[in-house]
Design a protein around this ligand. Structure first.
Ligand code: HXC
Length: 257
């Protein structure tokens, strides 16, 4: 499928989505939202895909929601057309998603990265939630996901001041998992995604679902979820294969069932 605002490729078992509105630093308008959601859900439905990478350009992962598209909207319109609503379908894919961030990840761009499971940052990455500078506030999950990533003190500082943080501060704060030289970003993101995609799909889906559950449930409920998900994997062929391979001192050959 051809998309107007993104480039989509499959490399081995990894699906790549490259945001491609360079003239506006990948500002996220309705079209790019639809394209990213369509590409991600198509990869999610494909058994040949075990991980997804989302990336932008060297200069910008994404400089935010498209300000020019939003500018004239009324509150009623924002509610009625649920302006950012489709992004929840991106956040809900079962397949792990790696965000490979170089340059600006501002506002909705930072919020898109936070919908992903792993954020890999180039040393040139700059993160901010600058919405208060525009007279609004984060609206694509920023107030809820940033606090879960970095805690109240840092999240309040970042959101209320709108200041930018660099890759080093982002890693120190727990917003990103690793920082790499910009020239290595895509290669390293590919390695992470290949590693995930080499595992048994049922175990990967279950682990991601349990991680997600941890974000939204009290501990006791999350532990119940984990216990059931863990037990269910013992009915998969890949559990038998994975453990037999260990016993036989060889690499497992997972069949994703
Ligand atoms: C629409 C954008 C844009 C955006 C950049 N552009 N960001 N268009 N929406 N979010 C456009 C510019 O208008 C310009 O187009 C072109 O991209 C290049 O940007 P420049 O500003 O000329 O580049 P530069 O001087 O290098 O500055 C880069 C920048 C700056 C620091 C990233 O563009 C910037 O501050 N952008 C906005 C960042 C922001 O506030 N993001 C949060 C958006 S609100 P022209 O046609 O002029 O050349 C948000 C809300 C989320 O995300 C949901 C809750 C409401």
């Amino acid at each position: 499928t051809e998309y107007a605002t993104i480039v989509v490729e499959t490399r081995g078992r990894v699906g790549w989505i490259t945001l491609n509105r360079p003239e506006v630093l990948n500002a996220l308008d309705t079209q790019i939202m639809r394209d990213v959601v369509a590409a991600a859900t198509a990869f999610d439905a494909d058994e040949g895909i075990g991980a997804i990478v989302v990336t932008g350009s060297e200069r910008a992962f994404a400089a935010g929601a498209d300000i020019k598209e939003m500018e004239s909207k009324t509150a009623r319109e924002m509610v009625e057309d649920d302006h950012f609503g489709d992004w929840s379908r991106f956040a809900a894919v079962r397949t792990p998603v790696v965000a490979a961030v170089s340059g600006y990840a501002l506002g909705g761009g930072c919020e898109l990265a936070m919908m992903c499971d792993i954020i890999l940052a180039a040393d040139t990455a700059k993160f901010a939630l600058p919405e208060l500078n525009l007279g609004v506030m984060p609206g694509m999950g920023g107030t809820q996901r940033l606090i879960r990533a970095v805690g109240y003190a840092k999240a309040a500082d970042i959101i209320l001041t709108g200041r930018r943080i660099d890759a080093v501060e982002a890693e120190r704060s727990g917003l990103v998992s690793r920082v790499v030289p910009a020239s290595d970003l895509l290669e390293e993101a590919g390695k992470i995604a290949d590693t995930i995609a080499s595992k048994s799909l049922p175990s990967v889906y279950a682990a991601k679902a349990a991680l997600d559950a941890a974000m939204e449930t009290p501990l006791a409920e999350g532990l119940r979820f984990e216990k059931e998900a863990f037990a269910a994997l013992f009915d998969t062929e890949d559990q038998k294969e994975g453990m037999a391979a260990f016993r036989e001192k060889r690499a497992p050959e997972f069949r994703n069932r």
